[in-house]
Design a protein around this ligand. Structure first.
Ligand code: BEZ
Length: 209
């Protein structure tokens, strides 16, 4: 199944390292960082799980719940979490979905057969409080994700929603933002009373809080 930006994230019920969840009930009202992994007890995954745990306060500040997935059982996840905590010097509290029969991985198109028939690639779904998929990224098994980028795109999506803006290349929270071309100058006067810098009629920069 191919999932697109704007689709409602599919629902599922599953065991996790923190008990059984119905995904929609667990997620609704929060942003969710849903990220998949090939397998427990693998080196790249261990560092990614540790990094996510270390960033718990950063995710909470963005009203964002991390949710991992690996194609192993909840019992294996619990043993692996002990290793993650030990080697990455952290305390992992977010749930990791157990998906030994690949049902959820297939629903979310996390199985890329040219990489593996039995293990998920490194997919990222950023899902909003209305359960809409807002951003996807896919990494191969041998490349760990950049967690500064994960936090940055959550900031960009949330700032975009709050301020009706778009964000330029390499934007970081606090940088200037773009007034989208769909907003006329007349409309922009009301929405952005602070004014803007017009480099071209289609390229207007402003500042938002
Ligand atoms: C890893 O997580 O380290 C890994 C998993 C599968 C293939 C390559 C690396």
């Amino acid at each position: 199944m191919t999932l697109h930006i704007g689709d409602t994230a599919p629902n599922f019920s599953a065991d996790t390292s923190s008990g059984h969840i119905n995904f929609h009930d667990w997620a609704k009202g929060n942003w969710v960082f849903f990220f998949s992994h090939p397998a427990d007890f693998t080196p790249v995954c261990t560092t990614e799980m540790g990094r996510t745990a270390q960033l718990a306060e950063q995710f909470a500040a963005r009203n964002t719940k991390p949710l991992g997935l690996s194609t192993d059982t909840a019992e294996e996840h619990l043993k692996w979490i002990a290793d993650v905590n030990d080697t990455q010097h952290t305390n992992l509290h977010f749930p990791i979905v157990a998906d030994p029969d690949l049902e959820i991985s297939k629903k979310f198109d996390m199985i890329h057969p040219e990489e593996s028939d039995t293990q998920a690639v490194r997919s990222v779904f950023i899902i909003d409080p209305e359960l809409k998929i807002r951003l996807t990224m896919t990494y191969p098994m041998n490349v760990g994700r950049n967690f500064d980028e994960i936090l940055r795109v959550i900031d960009a999506l949330q700032t975009g929603d709050r301020c009706k803006i778009a964000t330029p290349a390499d934007w970081k929270a606090g940088d200037k933002v773009i007034i989208p071309p769909s907003i006329t100058n007349e409309e922009a006067k009301n929405i952005f009373p602070q004014g803007w810098e017009e480099l071209r009629p289609y390229l207007r920069l402003t500042e938002v809080k």
